[in-house]
Design a protein around this ligand. Structure first.
Ligand SMILES: Cc1cc2nc3c(=O)[nH]c(=O)nc-3n(C[C@H](O)[C@H](O)[C@H](O)COP(=O)(O)OP(=O)(O)OC[C@H]3O[C@@H](n4cnc5c(N)ncnc54)[C@H](O)[C@@H]3O)c2cc1C
Length: 459
């Protein structure tokens, strides 16, 4: 088994974790194909200053997985340098909608009586004074209620991806950078099952392998539109405030701070002194012009005709994929960021927001990861549906792919490919997200109209 050639398409969070765990357990022939010329890639949702590492979940299954990951973040010398256990202040503001309050209560109940959090690791936050006791640098009004969890923090995300990349290379993983997978090379196999020979790339190269693992994050729908009913590319806004040395130093050691109805931030990056801030929201989709019928995906050989037929049946079904450029944030998210800053650090409330962009992830309709063989294929695996909660699993996620490859079947039912129509229906409302889903095309139009108005006003 360990001499099989494994091709991993996408060198982001899940791709690197998969390559690392396979290589570490003796697999000798692993190739990672990454469309960007650098790792971490510009397009990776994990390429960020920081990501929250916490075990609160509405579902105890993920709490246990997150605790295993946190243990690795703390003890594994590869990941530990990038983990900062500064604690997690989770709250809702006084005017928060009920949904935000409900999700906070569910988060608390997942850890409140858990043995891993015994000994006073979780304490209530009922006043501004309680907040000041864990974050003395905050000076805003903060009429918030919630709790403080000491067994949580953040990871320096880009640096930990880079370290995993370096570890993979040391373990002999081959990386092909700067060329993306464009076409799946699928052949008719025995018993009606298809075999994936590999992928053809944008540059016209072909990469063949015994097992192909697709870890392309939000972009998976481009190569595999069949994933469309289960997964939609969804973006969340990211903004930054530039601090000077003294300001950054003053915020050193603050907890990860998340008002569920407003947004979240962590301590400033020591290198750039950027304070990253994300507003709360239900996300942004981009369905326009991404119909499964006109996506880039296609198949090779005999399969071509068959695929055309299937596609005809699916005509009209849209998939959401990231647009070419999304380096702005919508006005309503900018407002939310400013409100969060006014509440906590009012001295920065009017400072320019810099390096604003949307960060795209793969939202599963039921928010479960999808780690499985693509139906009717013998060797094509997907790891998708991160649903915005995958980064914390960097130290462990690859083990789940290894298990699947070795056992040949996904035994964790919730991670299976969803084929039943009823599993792919519903409006995709996510219980822990507050607000409404927006559409990228409309936001782009609003941005362009705003720019035009401002230009006219100057004339
Ligand atoms: C704003 C925001 C905040 C988040 N905060 C947190 C958090 O605090 N904690 C947490 O645990 N998680 C968080 N997440 C989620 C986390 O970032 C993702 O779950 C995780 O990065 C998903 O990993 P992935 O490997 O599926 O995708 P990615 O990391 O996006 O990797 C996909 C890779 O595939 C490559 N690729 C794409 N197309 C091709 C192609 N055709 N050929 C080759 N390569 C290709 C891309 O360049 C990229 O490198 C957040 C996400 C967002 C958007």
């Amino acid at each position: 088994m360990t001499d099989k050639h494994i091709l991993i398409v996408g060198g982001g969070t899940f791709g690197l974790s998969t390559a690392y765990h396979l290589a570490k357990s003796g697999y000798t022939h692993i190739t990672v194909l990454e469309k960007d010329s650098l790792i971490p890639s510009e397009a990776s949702a994990g390429n960020d200053l920081n990501k929250i590492i916490r075990a609160e979940y509405e579902d105890s299954f993920y709490t246990e997985l997150a605790l295993e990951a946190i243990n690795q973040w703390k003890t594994n010398p590869l990941f530990a340098p990038y983990y900062h256990q500064v604690g997690y202040l989770l709250a809702t503001s006084i005017n928060a909608p009920d949904k935000a309050k409900r999700t906070l209560a569910k988060s608390l109940s997942s850890i409140q009586n858990h043995p891993a959090f015994s000994g006073g690791l979780v304490t209530p936050v009922e006043s501004r004074a309680d907040i000041k006791s864990v974050a003395p640098a905050f000076s805003g009004p903060m009429e918030w209620r919630g709790y403080f969890n000491r067994l949580a923090g953040y990871a320096h995300a880009a640096d930990s991806l880079h370290a995993t990349f370096a570890a993979c290379r040391e373990l002999g993983v081959e990386f092909v950078l700067g060329d993306g997978a464009k076409i799946l090379l699928l052949d008719e196999g025995a018993g009606g099952n298809r075999k994936c020979k590999g992928v053809a790339t944008d540059e016209g190269e072909e990469h063949e392998a015994d097992v192909v693992v697709l870890t392309m994050g939000a972009s998976l729908g481009r190569l595999l539109p069949e994933i469309g009913p289960q997964v939609a590319a969804k973006a969340f806004s990211v903004a930054h405030i530039q601090l000077d040395e003294a300001e950054a130093e003053n915020l050193r050691g603050i907890p990860v701070t998340y008002a569920r109805d407003l947004g979240f931030f962590s301590e400033p990056d020591p290198r750039t002194r950027l304070l990253k801030i994300c507003p709360s929201g239900a996300g942004i989709t981009n369905f326009a012009g991404s119909d499964a019928d006109d996506s880039e995906a296609s198949h090779s050989g005999k399969e071509k005709k068959k695929t055309k037929k299937t596609k005809k049946k699916k005509k009209g079904r849209k998939i959401s994929v990231p647009p070419e450029d999304s380096s702005f944030i919508p006005h309503h998210d900018e407002e939310a960021v400013r409100k969060l800053v006014r509440d906590t650090l009012p001295e920065f409330a009017d400072r320019p927001l810099v390096k604003c962009h949307m960060c795209w992830c793969a939202d599963a309709r039921d928010t479960e990861y999808i780690i499985d063989y693509v139906p009717q294929t013998t060797n094509l695996v997907v790891f998708s549906g991160d649903s915005g909660h995958g980064f914390k699993m960097l130290p462990t996620a690859g083990l789940w792919v290894k298990k699947l490859i070795e056992e040949g079947v996904q035994k964790v039912v919730r991670w299976r490919w969803k084929e039943r129509k009823e599993d792919c229906e519903g409006d995709g409302d996510v219980s822990w997200r507050v607000g409404e889903v927006h559409h990228f095309g409309r936001l782009l139009m609003e941005k362009e109209m705003g720019e035009m108005d401002r230009a006219m006003a100057k004339m």
